[in-house]
Design a protein around this ligand. Structure first.
Ligand code: ADP
Ligand code: AMP
Length: 217
C-alpha cells in the first residue's frame, strides 16, 4: 500500500468528504484532527476543554496540543490521510519529524484549490453525522431523507462553527496560517494541486490520480 497523504485546503474544500471515500476504497486511515477534537470536547477530556474556546472562535488550537494528539494517534503499518492537519508550518515540521522517527518518510500533500466564495457556500449548507463524521450538503450532496444519515439513519447536525461570522474568521485563519504550507510542500517536491470546485466524483478521480492510486482499484 502507498504512503501517508496530507489533504491540504480551506475549511469546506471537501477534504473530509474525499478522505471518507478513500478510506473505504483503499483502506487508508483518516485522521481528522477536527473530528478528534470534537470527540474530545463531547467526552469532556482535558484536551477537549482546552480546545473548546479556540474552536468556538474559529481560531487554531495551539500547536503543542495538536502535535501531541496526532503523535498519540499514529500506529505502525498503516497509511494515513491527514485531514485538517498540519495547519501551521510548526505542525508540518513536527509531522515530518514524527513520521521520520517511525521510518515512514515524508508525506505527499494534495492542495484542494477552490475560491473562498465557494467555501462559504459549502460550509453554510453542511450537515454532519456527529457519530461517524460523514458529511452532506443540503444542495450539493443531500441525504436521501432530510436531516438523517443514509447509512445509520442517525440525526444530522450543523456544526456550531459553520455560521457566517465564524466561517469568515476560519477562512482568514486559513489564509494567514495554513496557506504557507502550499509552498512548504512544493519546495520539498511533495505537492500536487487538484481542482476542488468540481463534483465529488471528479475530485475523487483527480485525487486518486494525484497520489498514484489509479491502478490500485
Ligand atoms: P472539509 O473537510 O474540507 O472542511 P467537507 O468534506 O466537510 O470539507 O465539505 C464541506 C461541504 O461541502 C459539505 O457540506 C460537503 O457535502 C460539500 N462538498 C464536499 N465536496 C464537494 C464537491 N466536490 N462539490 C460540492 N459540494 C461538496
Ligand atoms: P475542522 O473540522 O478541520 O474544520 O476543524 C475544526 C476546528 O478544530 C478548527 O477551526 C480549529 O479550531 C480546530 N483544529 C482542527 N485541526 C486543527 C489543527 N491541525 N491545528 C489547530 N487547530 C485545529
Amino acid at each position: 500500500m502507498s504512503q501517508d497523504v496530507v489533504l491540504l485546503g480551506g475549511p469546506g474544500a471537501g477534504k473530509g468528504t474525499q478522505a471518507q471515500i478513500l478510506q473505504r476504497q483503499f483502506g487508508y486511515r483518516q485522521i481528522s484532527t477536527g473530528d478528534l477534537l470534537r470527540e474530545h470536547r463531547n467526552n469532556g477530556t482535558e484536551l477537549g476543554k482546552a480546545a473548546e474556546e479556540y474552536m468556538k472562535r474559529g481560531d487554531l488550537v495551539p500547536d503543542a496540543l495538536m502535535i501531541d494528539m496526532v503523535d498519540g494517534e499514529l500506529h505502525e503499518g498503516e497509511s494515513v490521510l491527514f485531514d485538517g492537519f498540519p495547519r501551521t508550518i510548526a505542525q508540518a515540521e513536527a509531522l515530518d519529524a514524527l513520521l521520520d522517527t517511525e521510518g515512514r518518510g515524508l508525506p505527499e500533500a494534495v492542495y484542494f484549490d477552490i475560491p473562498r466564495s465557494m467555501l462559504e457556500e459549502r460550509l453554510l449548507g453542511r450537515w454532519t453525522n456527529p457519530r461517524t463524521g460523514r458529511v452532506y450538503h443540503e444542495k450539493f450532496n443531500p441525504p436521501k431523507s432530510a436531516g438523517l444519515d443514509d447509512e445509520d439513519g442517525g440525526p444530522l447536525v450543523q456544526r456550531e462553527d459553520d455560521k457566517p461570522e465564524t466561517i469568515k474568521k476560519r477562512l482568514d485563519v486559513f489564509q494567514a496560517q495554513t496557506m504557507p504550507l502550499v509552498d512548504y510542500y512544493d519546495a520539498r517536491g511533495r505537492l500536487a494541486r487538484i481542482d476542488a470546485t468540481l463534483a465529488v466524483e471528479d475530485v475523487t478521480h483527480m485525487l486518486i490520480h494525484a497520489i498514484g492510486l489509479e491502478h490500485a482499484h
